[in-house]
Design a protein around this ligand. Structure first.
Ligand code: KIV
Length: 248
């Protein structure tokens, strides 16, 4: 299992870092078998697994159940647990919740934005932190690209330098212009993990359900569907239904 230090070292060697979300035991096993560097138990599980419209609709109870399942399925892979909405509302609450994630086997936690004093407090208690900047689904008013204006780009760049100075070992950059993703990647010591951040970040993350085509809904413009598991699944179940009807 890669440690935060080993992940950070890849920045020096130029080896790209792969991350994919997983939410349960079976898919975590698949991700580990495929040799992914890191699994993110994203709060996107609110949408992908539970059918909610917003990631704000889940909390620590759900996140802990899914994170524990992923850790059982991928015992040799670095698992990043996503701190759900308001679980990091103040430093002590964030620490208590981060500890609960570490206790079920997570290797690090991901924090959206820069909630006051939270990252500092977690780092002072040795919790490895993956930052998340750019589009922040927990609080965003819309899902449009961020950092398009000079002012917004400068603010994201400043945040990236700030979390780097707090010793976050990596930073997810979501839905920002490629030029900004490239610039931040050059300027910070932490590993940048893009999801719609252009080609030149240190690594990339995708939502498993988008990458494997596990739903027939729209995928974000920056995601790639590598297989069509939804169609395969429907086809397989249809064959089963037909075999039952045929009395086989
Ligand atoms: O919850 C999630 O899946 C995420 C990724 C989009 C980075 O935060």
């Amino acid at each position: 299992m890669l440690t935060p230090e080993q992940i950070k070292a890849k920045k020096t060697t130029g080896e790209k870092v792969s991350m994919i979300t997983s939410y349960d035991f079976a898919f975590a096993r698949m991700a580990e078998a495929a040799g992914v560097d890191q699994i993110l138990v994203g709060d996107s599980l609110a949408n992908t697994m539970l059918g909610y419209k917003s990631t704000r609709e889940i909390g620590m109870t759900e996140m802990l159940i899914f994170t524990a399942a992923v850790c059982r399925g991928a015992p040799n892979t670095h698992v990043v647990a996503d701190m759900p909405y308001r679980s990091d509302k103040d430093p002590q609450t964030a620490y208590d919740n981060a500890r609960r994630f570490m206790d079920v086997g997570a290797s690090s936690v991901k924090i959206e934005g820069t909630p006051a004093g939270v990252i500092e407090f977690l780092r002072s208690h040795d919790i490895p932190v993956c930052a998340h900047l750019g589009l922040l689904p927990q609080t965003a008013e819309n899902f449009k690209q961020k950092g398009k204006t000079e002012e917004e780009a400068a603010a994201i760049e400043a945040q990236a330098k700030f979390v780097d100075s707090l010793d976050c070992f990596e930073t997810v950059l979501e839905h920002i212009p490629e030029e900004l993703g490239t610039r931040i990647t050059r300027e910070v010591g932490s590993v940048t993990i893009g999801i719609g951040g252009g080609k030149f970040t240190d690594g990339h993350v995708l939502v498993m359900h988008d990458a494997l085509g596990m739903h027939n809904g729209k995928i974000p413009p920056f995601a790639t569907k590598f297989v069509d598991m939804y169609a395969l699944g429907v086809e397989g179940i249809k064959k089963y239904v037909d075999s039952v009807k045929a009395g086989l």
